[in-house]
Design a protein around this ligand. Sequence first.
Ligand code: DQA
Length: 146
Amino acid sequence: MKIMVINGPNLNMLGIREPNHYGRETYTDLVKKIQSYADEKGVEVTFRQSNHEGDLVDFIQSAYGNFDGIVINPGAYTHTSIAILDAARAASVPCVEVHISDVNAREEFRRVSYIRAACLATVSGKGTDGYLEGIDILKKHCEENQ
Ligand code: DQA
């Protein structure tokens, strides 16, 4: 099973940016943590990160026919990007939306998620463990739909 883990803008700044919301783990720590969890579960993971909306669209499109699932934290584009929603629908690869912070407990504008409509599930407010839960959800979905 192959999963693409996509992180959007400012997630490369993990460990530095607003630790009260996002903790002290760096992006490199996050990648290592997901990689070792995926190894344990026998899942192949590929990581992508960009600060640019079009790159995120390209990553999602590239998963078509090549990946069994996508774990995506689109960062602030969650709340603005119809293009990312459309890409997820176009690629029709099962997606799980992940947010490190609890987006429903913050500013009103963070409650809106465009990509949610194309996702199997949303995991929010569980810190970086949310990505691991995203992998579990996709693995279960894949096993049930073989
Ligand atoms: C985030 C929440 C978003 O509102 C924010 O813009 C981010 C990170 C999260 O992981 O909690 O960049 O997606």
